[in-house]
Design a protein. Structure first.
Length: 399
């Protein structure tokens, strides 16, 4: 099918025409198990009929207002998010993308602390707007350059956690940095899972140096790990949280959440006017999702299915020499590809992707194709997990 899209990414040959649950269907009618839930966004499955009916029923009432006017749906959403945030006791703003929410938190952290600097992970991903791209991989790909960006290493062991925290402490003691922005699980950088010790040290170092701690939970938030927010898994209360992807169920919705202590009695002297902030339509999506997740005990299901998926990957690791280091938390899992003598995994992964597509499974790699990551929808069946892992086992042995 001809298209006039800008050629900024390589598209698959297959053209999709519809989605249902954990599957999408191409224009020829072939179905594919989507282990990415779109781009990690359709958390409750493609075109969930119950969800869509409720969202669009609410949308028939009101979709959008001026930036200084809010609806009862938006107020309800802010209250729901506040309840779910637990000890954070959060106040929120509804926005459109993860990048926008990251920018919002960065700007306000600088405003609140009166400092210009931001510290990030050396392998973190936070978006493609200039500010968010500047803290993505430490600004490696950002143009033009923004000053006062520093990086610390992503720790995956307790020893590395101590070294990373010490490096962070030295940076913050200069008094130049307003905030530290981290992903609780580093996805694009290779599915890295920092240890509990790192989160304990991270909060303490930030507190000791009067620096704001921002969790970018664009991928980990809104149930992905089996809790509403990953910070609840690690018993670490951040000052700001970014939500995106799953929170919008496939629609462009994001949230910036602030710990109550950061919220003034009157309006901030620094304002924010975006055309689609606090849209009633966005609020209706979040409200509907929360109601569905709570009614159907989805968070419990995420933990059960995540454990099952990880068990199957571990079993695959034992019998297939091309899979190593299977790991995961909830329905956010990863593993390493291994072929002796291969240094650049990009061509190999591209071939693997095509072969998996031909076998009806959509996968996604990161870390230069060396790491496979799996972020399926929350309603995925165990039989679908079996199908995916069995297919991966078979295809890996074709090389």
């Amino acid at each position: 099918m001809e298209n006039h899209l800008l050629p900024i990414i390589h598209f698959t040959e297959e053209v999709m025409s519809r989605g249902e649950g954990s599957y999408v269907y191409d224009t020829e009618g072939k179905k594919y198990l989507d282990l990415n839930s779109g781009q990690f966004c359709v958390a409750l499955g493609h075109s969930n009929e119950e969800i869509m009916e409720k969202i669009f029923d609410k949308a028939r009432k009101i979709v959008h207002t001026a930036s200084n006017i809010y609806t009862d749906e938006v107020a309800e959403c802010s209250n729901k998010l506040n309840e779910l945030s637990g000890d954070m006791d959060a106040y929120s703003i509804l926005l459109s993308t993860g990048s926008e929410a990251v920018e919002f938190c960065m700007r306000f952290s600088k405003f609140l602390k009166g400092r210009e600097g931001v510290v990030c992970f050396d392998r973190g991903y936070h978006g493609l707007t200039l500010g968010s791209q500047t803290i993505t991989f430490g600004g490696k790909f950002a143009k033009p350059h923004i000053d006062k960006i520093a990086t610390v290493n992503v720790p995956v062991t307790e020893e590395e956690a101590e070294a990373s925290a010490e490096a962070l402490r030295k940076l913050l003691e200069t008094g130049e940095y307003a905030s530290v922005v981290v992903e609780p699980i580093v996805s694009v950088g290779g599915m890295l899972y920092p240890p509990q010790k790192w989160f304990d040290l991270l909060r303490k170092v930030c507190d000791d140096n009067d620096t704001l701690l921002i969790f970018d939970e664009s991928q980990t938030g809104f149930g992905r790990t089996g809790k509403w927010f990953a910070y609840q898994e690690f018993n670490t209360v951040p000052d700001m949280v970014v939500l995106a992807k799953s929170v919008g169920l496939g629609f462009p919705v994001s949230v910036a959440m602030f710990r109550k202590e950061l919220v003034p009695d009157e309006t901030y002297r620094m304002s924010h006017y975006s055309s689609h902030q606090n849209d009633s339509f966005a609020a209706s999506i979040i409200n509907t999702a929360v109601e569905y997740i709570e009614k159907n005990d989805v968070l419990d299901g995420i933990r059960v299915k995540g454990d099952y998926f990880l068990k199957k990957l571990k079993e695959l690791e034992q019998k297939n020499e091309h899979i190593r280091d299977a790991r995961g938390h909830g329905l956010m899992l990863g593993c390493e590809l291994y072929y002796e003598g291969v240094e650049d995994y990009r061509p190999l992964y591209a071939d693997l992707y095509d072969r998996m597509m031909k076998n009806g499974v959509i996968i996604q790699g990161t870390n230069g194709g060396h790491t496979l990551r799996f972020l399926p929808d929350y309603l995925l069946d165990e039989k679908d997990i079996d199908f995916a892992v069995d297919t991966l086992d078979r295809v890996l042995n074709e090389f």
